[in-house]
Ligand binder design. Structure first.
Ligand code: FE
Ligand code: ZN
Ligand code: FE
Length: 169
């Protein structure tokens, strides 16, 4: 029982997010490769670049707090990313249905991150850590925008998947 207060909980949850973001930087290049739609590839690629910036923000926060954020594994993100691998296993290369599945998998990632960032922002606000709040809010906004971009892409890609299915029948 090493977490007894909100400050310790903040650090513990920041470690979780640091692990999650690191895992995502490894997963996104695989999603870029697995996707067929050029727009989806570009969306994954640009979120990879954003994610690298998010890792750097967490490192800045670690410096501000004088804490290390290494040494924890986010098991939840590990599971969510494994489900993304399953989409690739379960679908054929070059199909819109694979892209549709990748979008849903990626949106699970974004929502899981949003929940985590919402929590740490609330803790940091309570503790009056305004510079930390500001950094975390920048990341949260990027996650929300990534999610919205994926929703927009899904509208055409889901339809395309359905069209490919009907043409094959
Ligand atoms: Fe992220
Ligand atoms: Zn986690
Ligand atoms: Fe993200």
């Amino acid at each position: 029982m090493s977490v007894t207060n909100i400050e310790e909980l903040l650090v513990s949850e920041l470690k979780d997010l640091y692990s999650a973001e690191k895992q995502i930087t490894k997963a996104l290049p695989k999603l870029v490769k697995a996707a067929t739609s050029q727009e989806l590839k570009t969306a994954f690629q640009s979120h990879l670049e954003e994610t690298q910036g998010q890792v750097e923000r967490l490192e800045q926060i670690a410096e501000i707090l004088g804490k290390k954020l290494t040494g924890k594994t986010c098991e939840g993100m590990k599971g969510v990313l494994e489900e993304g691998d399953e989409v690739v296993e379960d679908t054929d290369k070059g199909t819109a249905v694979r892209d549709a599945g990748l979008i849903t998998a990626a949106q699970r990632v974004e929502h899981y991150e949003m929940a985590g960032y919402g929590g740490v922002i609330a803790y940091a606000k309570l503790l009056g850590l305004n510079d930390v709040v500001e950094l975390l809010e920048q990341t949260l906004e990027e996650e929300k925008a990534a999610d919205e971009k994926l929703t927009t892409l899904s509208e055409t890609i889901n339809q395309q998947a359905q069209d490919e299915f009907q043409q094959a029948a």
